[in-house]
Design a protein around this ligand. Structure first.
Ligand SMILES: [Fe+2]
Ligand SMILES: [Fe+2]
Length: 277
């Protein structure tokens, strides 16, 4: 087991694919970790799991690697007991993290919108079109474009982390296309299915960016690259001057409407990474 603790998570998953699913169950999505930098033993400290969960998870991983054997698992060294992680970002990364907050508010609204959605009504069809406009204009043209056209350009395009995140953006666009087609056919089931899938994909995607990719990228950029990126972001913001205010207003309006309808927020199933809207 000791030998595996000192191997990269990417290699361990390749040799023992069920390990990926176990990590996933503990909220450790290793897609972006698979740059090959994280060792298995680092996973726990990087993700700051509580000691109890660490023991349980490492025990399950040991059973995959050495089935049926009693394995002693060395306790992971950590600087302090698990505390809520405080992540620090450079100014341009902080902008991306702040934009995620607005996107997460939209994701949190989806399960509130879906139960009563009636696509026979023009009002509800327009609501979905407006939601699609938010996704395409704010989440994609404004935010994902900053990531793909500016941030990712500072890194090797073959880097797994960049490829995984870019693939997520593409999958998200395909969900949106399916929603656009289905709404005009008044196909409620397809709209609900793809909006839910979009929500699940983006909530995991944002969590990975906030907790893993952006801090990792910050560590690998020079001060002058960070400064240059900040001014490139400003150019985008100036070009799309009206976006922030327009889409903040859109989300606030929806939040007011759905709160007025008396939606029981406590009953909504929250996904990891989502914040209350
Ligand atoms: Fe992204
Ligand atoms: Fe993002």
């Amino acid at each position: 087991m000791e030998a595996y603790l000192n191997r990269s998570i990417k290699e361990v998953i390749k040799e023992f694919p069920p390990v990926e699913k176990i990590l996933d169950e503990y909220g450790i999505g290793c897609g972006p970790c698979a740059v090959g930098l994280c060792l298995l033993k680092d996973i726990v400290s990087i993700h700051n799991l509580p000691a109890e969960e660490e023991r349980e998870m490492m025990g399950r991983i040991a059973q995959v690697i050495h089935p049926g054997q009693e394995i002693q698992i060395p306790r992971t060294e950590r600087k302090a007991e698990a505390q809520p992680k405080e992540l620090k970002y450079s100014p341009p990364m902080k902008k991306l993290v702040d934009e995620h907050v607005l996107i997460k508010k939209w994701l949190a609204l989806i399960p509130e919108i879906l139960p009563a959605l009636n696509l026979e009504s023009e009002e509800d069809r327009q609501l979905i079109r407006d939601g699609v406009d938010f996704i395409r204009s704010y989440a994609d043209r404004f935010h994902h474009a900053k990531e793909e056209e500016i941030l990712f350009k500072y890194f090797d395009e073959d880097l797994d982390m960049v490829k995984v995140m870019g693939e997520d953006h593409k999958t998200a666009r395909n969900h949106v296309k399916a929603i656009v087609d289905a709404v005009e056919r008044k196909d409620r089931e397809t709209v609900a299915q793809h909006l839910t899938a979009y929500r699940e994909l983006l909530s995991q995607h944002i969590k990975r960016e906030d907790e893993i990719m952006l801090p990792w990228m910050d560590q690998h950029l020079s001060v002058s690259q960070v400064g240059e990126m900040f001014s490139k972001f400003l150019e985008v913001e100036e070009r799309m001057d009206s976006y922030q205010k327009k889409y903040e207003d859109f989300i606030s309006r929806l939040e007011r409407e759905y709160r007025k309808k008396g939606v029981n927020h406590g009953s909504i199933q929250r996904l990891p990474g989502l914040q209350d809207g």
